[in-house]
Design a binder for this molecule. Structure first.
Ligand SMILES: Cc1cc2nc3c(=O)[nH]c(=O)nc-3n(C[C@H](O)[C@H](O)[C@H](O)COP(=O)(O)OP(=O)(O)OC[C@H]3O[C@@H](n4cnc5c(N)ncnc54)[C@H](O)[C@@H]3O)c2cc1C
Length: 276
C-alpha cells in the first residue's frame, strides 16, 4: 500500500479507543514475570469493522477500575483501614501498545507485617481469570512529553524511577530509542532488592542507549550480580551527588511519594522537573 492510501486507510478504519468514559477491556493473557509481577494482555474493540489503537500519548496513563468485592467483599478492614469503597481505582501505564490490545505490568504487594492485606488492586488483579473484564478510562495526565522532547533544548534526560514507577519512564525511553531521537539519557532506578527490578532484561537491552544506575535498599554483598558491566549498582537510597545538575537537563520522576519528595529536594532546577 502506498503512503497516501495508508493514510486514507488509517483515517477510515483506525479509531482511538479511549474516550474519557469507563469502558470494558477483556483479559486475554496472564503471565507471571516473577513471584510478584504479572504481565497482562487486555483486548478491546467497539466495532469489528475498525482496528483500534488505545490513544494514549507519551507519558500519559490510564485508570483501572474494578469492583471491590473480588477478594475483599466480606472484609470490614483492609490493611487496618475501613474497607467500604465500591470500586478500586489505580493508575497504570501500558508497557506495550498494539492494535486492539495493550499490556500492563503489575506489581502485586503481598501481605506483610506492616500491610497485613497487601496491595488491593494487585491482589484483585491476580485473581482475575482469562476472559474477565476490567474497566479502564483515559487518557490521564497533564503533560505531553512528546511536545517537550521535540521543542525543548535537552542536554540530558535524567529519568528517576522507584519500583513500579518504571513503567511510564520505560515508555519514554522506548519512544526515544524507537524514534532515534538524539537525546542523552541516564536512568536512576531504585528498588528494595535486585529481584524487584522490573523490566530488567528490557533495560539491559537498552543499555547502549542509556546510562543505567540501580539503587538497592537491601544490597547483598554476597550476591554476584550479573551483567555488572552494563549498569552501576549502588547501595541504599538515591543520593544527591548522583543526580547531575545542568540548566539544560530535564528530570522525569515517577515512584512512591516519599521517594519522589526526597529526590525532588535534591534537584536544584525546579522548572526542569516533571513528575509523572
Ligand atoms: C503515573 C503512574 C503510573 C503507574 N503505573 C504502574 C504500572 O504500570 N504498574 C504498576 O504495578 N504500578 C503502577 N503505578 C502504581 C499503581 O497506580 C498502584 O499504586 C500500585 O499498583 C499499588 O496499588 P495496589 O492497590 O496494589 O496497592 P495499595 O492497596 O494502593 O497499596 C498502597 C501502597 O501501600 C504499600 N504496600 C501495600 N502492601 C505492601 C507490601 N506488601 N509491601 C510494601 N508496601 C506495601 C505500597 O507502597 C503500595 O503502593 C503507577 C502509578 C502512577 C502514579
Amino acid at each position: 500500500m502506498n503512503k497516501c492510501l495508508e493514510k486514507v486507510y488509517e483515517i477510515l478504519f483506525i479509531k482511538k479507543f479511549l474516550n474519557q468514559e469507563w469502558q470494558k477491556v477483556k483479559l486475554i493473557k496472564k503471565k507471571y514475570i516473577s513471584d510478584d509481577t504479572l504481565l497482562l494482555t487486555f483486548y478491546y474493540s467497539k466495532n469489528p469493522i475498525y482496528s483500534y489503537i488505545l490513544g494514549l500519548d507519551l507519558g500519559k496513563h490510564i485508570l483501572v477500575k474494578i469492583n471491590n468485592n473480588i477478594i475483599s467483599k466480606n472484609k470490614e478492614y483492609w490493611n487496618n483501614n475501613i474497607n467500604n469503597e465500591e470500586y478500586i481505582i489505580r493508575k497504570y501505564t501500558p508497557i506495550k501498545l498494539d492494535y486492539n490490545t495493550f499490556d500492563l505490568l503489575i506489581k502485586i504487594y503481598r501481605p506483610t507485617n506492616n500491610f497485613i492485606d497487601g496491595g488491593k488492586m494487585g491482589r484483585h488483579i491476580e485473581n482475575l481469570n482469562i476472559n474477565d473484564y476490567i474497566l479502564v478510562k483515559g487518557p490521564c495526565g497533564r503533560i505531553n512529553i512528546e511536545n517537550i522532547l521535540f521543542n525543548k533544548k535537552i542536554n540530558k534526560l535524567i529519568l528517576i524511577a522507584g519500583g513500579s514507577g518504571i513503567t511510564p519512564i520505560y515508555q519514554v525511553i522506548t519512544y526515544i530509542i524507537k524514534k532515534k531521537l538524539n537525546i542523552n539519557m541516564t536512568l536512576i532506578y531504585a528498588n528494595k532488592t535486585f529481584n524487584d527490578i522490573l523490566l530488567l532484561d528490557e533495560l539491559l537491552n537498552y543499555s547502549k542507549y542509556l546510562n543505567l544506575i540501580f539503587f538497592l535498599e537491601n544490597y547483598n554483598n554476597n550476591l554476584n550480580y550479573n551483567y555488572y558491566n552494563k549498569y552501576k549498582l549502588l547501595k541504599g537510597y538515591i543520593t544527591e551527588n548522583i543526580i547531575e545538575q545542568d540548566i539544560n537537563n530535564l528530570y522525569l520522576l515517577c515512584g512512591p511519594p516519599p521517594m519522589i519528595n526526597c529526590v525532588n529536594k535534591f534537584i536544584k532546577l525546579k522548572n526542569n522537573i516533571i513528575i509523572l
